[in-house]
Design a protein around this ligand. Structure first.
Ligand code: HEM
Length: 492
């Protein structure tokens, strides 16, 4: 008899436990006054609505509709978790400024596995503070001016030298930003080794865009496998460089700074750190390059003004001369184009955080453990902050432009607080120099219609195919003093 009662008792007790848990949680949430909203269906919440909106050229209705019904801070349920979604600049600022105190960064396990536990994006506490400032100091204005600029200019020109006929701009931009990152991090010029590294690395990137509940997909498994290959190759470089630094040979790159730093990082820590930097700077900058060109192509007046600005810079320098820091500093309209591209279509549409405690904000409570999403995109496309916000209008950023209001805090393409993007200046320089060489050396037309979509990431569906036509005499800018390609093979 006892054997018969026992399982029934177990079922009864666990049901009782689950119901009491749900009841207590629901009454706690009622007491807490959650932001209004809708949790959608059990488990999947509103993820499917979000995905289908962001797979189109106009994802805004997802947020607009909820803001209209519930206000700019609302509750939803995304990718398996209840989430407070903020489309409000003050709340976003509060979230960013209270990193570590009230909120902590939170990535799905799928992404953490690919980043590696020692990456800057996952680091916390004092180590994060020190490593963040080390990264900032590696990419600050004077380092860019004195060391990085020359390679940014050279490698962009070198890549463009092979452009002819039909190209996929997104692919070309990715190649450029990858080569720049490898050069800045480890001093490698493009070679067979960097090409192989990039092939594996692209598979890793593919894994970042896997939906968290599709972890068994072949894309994700391939990404994990490729990550270990990339890590292995980087490990060999780190070991080699550590040996060299014991012999007193140092290089002025990120790896050099990490090896010389006070923290005595292990090889594995350095590898995770480098790998995450490659991830952070590569897709972001190359997408912005491509989208700037797409928006300019659709806005001929802006393109003409940009061309004029760069032709003047070019006229001021001798033909074979590299682009210098003062050239970069005399591109005011280019900065307007960069800002506007980042405002209209930033690949980082916002950031996820997790509440470390119950947090009161704007009369509501975000319960401890809940996810929050600070949506930069929702603020950037809000008509209260940016006049005619959903139109690409680079002139709004001009000093006498009237297209922005309260922009200082509302415009956060590079985040803020203690996790402010350490590559923000470098990204601007890379984007500006890319546009300089593009508009002075080529004219182009789109090869096909291509749609901008926002899921699984911000990109154009067809990698933005264009026909490029070199302008007369542009080849005279060809780099005459290309450094020898590094052919030494490391890893793989
Ligand atoms: C257009 C290009 C870029 C955009 C839009 C961008 C945007 C951002 C944003 C919004 C964050 C904050 C993430 C958060 O708060 O969780 C961030 C962080 C970061 N970015 Fe960038 N970024 C760009 C380029 C770069 C470049 C070129 C580098 C390389 C140096 C870089 C390295 C990083 C790193 C390491 C972090 C993590 C910082 C931390 O967690 O402490 N980014 N980026």
């Amino acid at each position: 008899m006892a054997w018969f009662i026992f399982p029934i008792l177990c079922v009864f007790l666990s049901t009782l436990f689950i119901f009491s848990f749900l009841f207590l949680r629901a009454s706690r949430f009622r007491r807490l006054r959650l932001p209004p909203g809708n949790l959608g269906l059990p488990l999947i919440g509103e993820s499917l609505q979000l995905i289908s909106a962001y797979k189109t050229e106009n994802p805004e209705p997802f947020v607009d509709e909820r803001v209209r019904r519930f206000g700019p801070v609302f509750t939803t349920h995304l990718f398996g978790e209840p989430t407070v979604f903020s489309a409000d600049w003050e709340t976003n600022r509060f979230i960013l400024q209270n990193e570590e105190k009230l909120f902590e960064c939170s990535y799905p396990g799928s992404i953490s596995n690919l980043l590696g536990k020692h990456s800057l994006l996952l680091m916390k506490g004092n180590l994060h503070k020190r490593m963040h400032s080390l990264t900032m100091s590696f990419a600050n204005s004077s380092i860019i001016r004195d060391h990085l600029l020359v390679d940014v200019d050279r490698l962009i020109r070198l890549n463009m030298d092979s452009w002819t006929g039909r190209i996929f701009l997104m692919e070309e931009a990715k190649k450029i930003t990858f080569e720049l990152a490898v050069k800045q991090l480890m001093s490698f010029d493009p070679c067979e080794w960097t090409e192989k590294l990039m092939k594996e690395y692209l598979l890793v990137i593919g894994g970042f865009f896997t939906i968290p509940f599709l972890l068994l997909s072949s894309t994700y498994r391939r990404a994990i496998h490729a990550r270990s290959k990339v890590a292995e190759a980087l490990n060999l470089v780190v070991r080699e460089r550590r040996k060299e630094s014991y012999e007193g040979k140092t290089k002025k790159d990120m790896l050099g700074a990490l090896l010389a730093g006070e923290d005595a990082l292990s090889d594995d820590q350095i590898v995770d750190f480098l790998l995450a930097l490659l991830v952070a700077g590569y897709e972001t900058t190359s997408t912005t390059m491509t989208l700037a060109v797409k928006f300019l192509t659709a806005t001929p007046l802006a393109l003409a003004q940009l061309q004029e600005e760069h032709e003047q810079i070019r006229a001021r320098k001798k033909q074979s001369e590299d682009l210098q820091w003062n050239g970069y500093k005399s591109m005011p309209f280019t900065q307007c184009v960069v800002n506007e591209t980042l405002r209209v279509a930033n690949i980082i549409s916002g950031v996820f955080r997790r509440a470390k405690t119950d947090i009161n904000i704007k009369g509501y409570t975000i319960p401890k453990g809940w996810k929050v999403f600070a949506s930069f995109r929702a603020v950037h496309l809000n008509h209260d902050h940016f006049k005619d916000a959903r139109t690409f209008n680079p002139w709004r950023w001009q000093q006498n432009g009237s297209g922005t209001t309260s922009t200082v805090h509302a415009f956060t393409p590079f985040g803020g607080g203690s996790r402010l993007c350490p590559g923000y200046e470098l990204a601007r320089v890379e984007l500006s120099i890319f546009l300089h060489h593009l508009v002075t050396r080529f004219s182009w037309v789109p090869a096909e219609d291509d749609k901008l979509v926002f899921f699984p990431t911000t990109r154009t569906q067809k990698r933005y195919p264009i026909y490029v036509m070199p302008k007369k005499d542009s080849r005279q800018c060809k780099d005459s003093d290309q450094e020898e390609h590094m052919t030494e093979k490391v890893g793989f």
